[in-house]
Design a protein around this ligand. Structure first.
Ligand code: NAI
Length: 250
């Protein structure tokens, strides 16, 4: 499906990003695997892509820093030729904080990673896409951006809600340039994210609210990301697709 195309995936060293790197490679894309700290995970993702016979590079970059992002895109273009598909997957809650203990620094950090990073990455890729009149951007939002999230996830929910809206604005702005912009809103997905922030009793409460009765897998989310980048979704832009086992129906 993506023969001769290049997918740049942020935060691809674990979870949904890791699964997306493999899913795009399986469909023929060359892949740029971005990571920040988890070098081992990034190497594993890179090796998995290579085993599928695709070109792959691994790039360390902090997506909240414009200089890092510009370098990441430059390196991808230099080594793989272009960026056809950008998956803005990097994101994090950092910790659960309610208003009583939330600091300004925490708020800014959450916004920088979950919202500003998308602006920086899109800014770095869109011009070349526009020149080719072709490109595809997928933003990984969250069910929290729809429903306000669980306790202690207010800043994260606000950022993800902003990302859903930003996806629509970008879609309008970039449609005349042949670039589609969509988002996905995963529900509860079994990744290192929940291992960090959702102790078993909270995790079980989440599961109890899922009609399908289980958490999703990274692969199930990656398949929807691939769909949004595929020709099957060629008339879709500005959309946020729920991937949540029925937890929230809009
Ligand atoms: P994860 O923790 O496995 O993946 C997050 C990735 O982002 C990691 O690879 C991490 O290294 C990377 N990252 C963090 N800060 C970065 C930075 N400054 N620069 C570059 N990379 C950075 O967790 P998961 O679940 O795979 O998360 C992927 C996305 O899915 C995130 O945006 C998250 O908010 C979102 N999400 C996850 C849900 C879940 O239930 N697991 C539900 C809804 C959304």
């Amino acid at each position: 499906m993506f023969e001769r195309q290049v997918a740049l995936i942020t935060g691809a060293s674990s979870g949904i990003g890791y699964a997306s790197a493999i899913a795009f490679a399986r469909e023929g894309a060359a892949v740029a695997v971005n990571y920040l700290k988890n070098e081992k995970g990034a190497e594993e993702a890179t090796e998995a892509v290579r085993k599928l016979g695709r070109q792959v590079i691994t790039i360390k970059a902090d997506v909240t820093r414009s200089a890092d992002v510009e370098k990441m895109v430059e390196t991808t273009v230099e080594k793989l030729g272009r960026v056809d598909i950008l998956v803005n997957n990097a994101g994090d809650l950092f910790s659960r904080q309610t208003l009583a203990d939330m600091t300004e620094e925490y708020w800014d950090r959450v916004m920088a990673l979950n919202l500003k990073s998308v602006f920086l990455c899109v800014k770095a890729v869109w011009k070349a896409m526009a020149e080719r009149k072709s490109g595809c951007i997928i933003n990984v939002a969250s069910i929290a951006g729809r429903n306000g999230g669980g306790l202690g996830a207010a800043a994260y929910s606000a950022a993800k809600g902003g990302l859903i809206t930003y996806t629509k604005s970008l879609a309008k702005e970039l449609a005349p340039h042949g670039i589609r912009v969509n988002a996905i809103a995963p529900g509860v997905i079994a990744t290192p994210y929940h291992e960090r922030y959702s102790p078993p009793e909270i995790f079980q409460k989440f599961i109890a609210n899922i009609p399908m009765g289980r958490a999703g897998t990274s692969e199930e989310v990656a398949d929807v990301i691939v769909f949004l980048a595929s020709p099957a979704a060629r008339y879709m832009t500005g959309e946020t697709v729920e991937v949540n086992g029925g937890m929230l129906m809009d």
